[in-house]
Write a protein that binds this ligand. Structure first.
Ligand SMILES: O=C(O)c1cc(=O)[nH]c(=O)n1[C@@H]1O[C@H](COP(=O)(O)O)[C@@H](O)[C@H]1O
Length: 307
């Protein structure tokens, strides 16, 4: 029986209603300059709140990147709190890109910061790094479940350096990335219509899932010098069982295109959340130009995912 209150159900509904798009709010110093703003707290606030005002009524998801706010200290965090409130009011789901990962006891404090409804930084879902071990994220998963929030676990990141860790092989022959997918799948288990634990898979990764290649070429291609390779292993990025939303960064500025969504995700592309930051923000500061870019990008993603 589907539980409509869970983050997975809300993400599923948002994808169906608003369409497959996440807009990142990444106030780079260069973008502030491009908008004619100073690289200070006032510039940060003007940029971020203009972005939210232009996109959060249309895009299903808005994803502020915490680092750009943190660099201004407490005043920057205060702006992030306003961004969170504005996004909520406009009806988009809030993903905070914080990429936290620590020992379990500290992870519990991160969970309180981002997923406890009483926190001023409380959001719908947060990104997390599993490289202290997937199990170290358990406090985050537990609080997410308790409060109907979500977690997006980094699996195959959009940067080329990620492959050296993520494509490395475990003793059982699976890649680290595949073991993460399997761990997430176990948490999402029989959730309907979608589990609340998501994966992050960059649009820029090379190769394709096992289901479309029928081989493990994808894994071999993306090794950047590391030798993997046994075709009999069951370790390509097989996403079919994931049963969770898939955040797909690397779109636009990093070279990912809507046509990459199906190439990278195969059948799991139905749960794709393509995410663009700089490509959309570069169209500013005119809110009308930002809105236009959102509408055009959403249509391109819709079309690519329909095919
Ligand atoms: O978790 C993320 O959002 C993320 C994961 C990843 O693999 N690659 C990646 O670029 N990101 C984030 O997505 C955003 C990409 O920004 P643009 O390249 O400007 O679209 C940045 O905020 C990154 O920190």
């Amino acid at each position: 029986m589907p539980d409509e209150k869970t983050f997975g159900a809300k993400a599923h509904k948002a994808l169906a209603k608003r369409g497959p798009l996440c807009v990142g709010v990444d106030p780079h110093a260069g973008l502030l300059r491009h908008w004619g703003l100073n690289d200070d707290v006032a510039g940060l606030e003007r940029f971020s709140r203009t972005m939210v005002e232009a996109v959060a009524g249309t895009a299903a998801f808005v994803k502020p990147q915490s680092a750009f706010f943190e660099r201004f200290g407490s005043k920057g965090i205060a702006v992030l709190e306003k961004v969170i409130a504005d996004t909520r009011a406009a009806g988009a789901l809030l993903l905070l890109d914080a990429k936290r990962g620590d020992i379990g006891s500290t992870m519990a404090a991160y969970a309180d910061a981002y997923l406890d409804p009483a926190s001023p930084l409380s959001v719908d879902a947060v990104t997390a790094s599993p490289y202290l071990g997937f199990g170290s994220l358990t406090p985050l998963f537990d609080l997410a479940q308790a409060h109907n929030r979500g977690v997006f676990v980094l699996v195959l990141t959009s940067n080329p350096e990620g492959a050296s860790v993520q494509r490395a092989k475990l003793k059982d022959g699976r890649t680290v990335a595949q073991s993460l997918v399997d761990d997430i799948a176990a948490l999402n288990d029989d959730a309907e219509p979608l589990g609340s634990i998501g994966a992050v898979i960059g649009a820029t990764i090379k190769g394709a899932p096992a289901e479309t290649t029928g081989s493990f070429a994808a894994v071999r291609e993306h090794t950047h010098g590391i030798t993997h390779a046994s075709p009999q292993s069951d370790s390509a990025h097989d996403l079919v069982k994931l049963n969770g939303p898939i955040l797909v960064p690397g779109m636009g500025a990093q070279g990912g295109r809507p046509g990459d969504l199906k190439r990278v995700l195969g059948r799991a592309a139905a749960a794709a959340i393509p995410s663009y930051s700089r490509e959309i923000a570069r169209q500013g500061p005119s809110p009308a130009a930002i809105k236009e870019a959102v509408a055009r990008t959403l249509e391109e993603c819709r079309t690519a995912l329909r095919r």
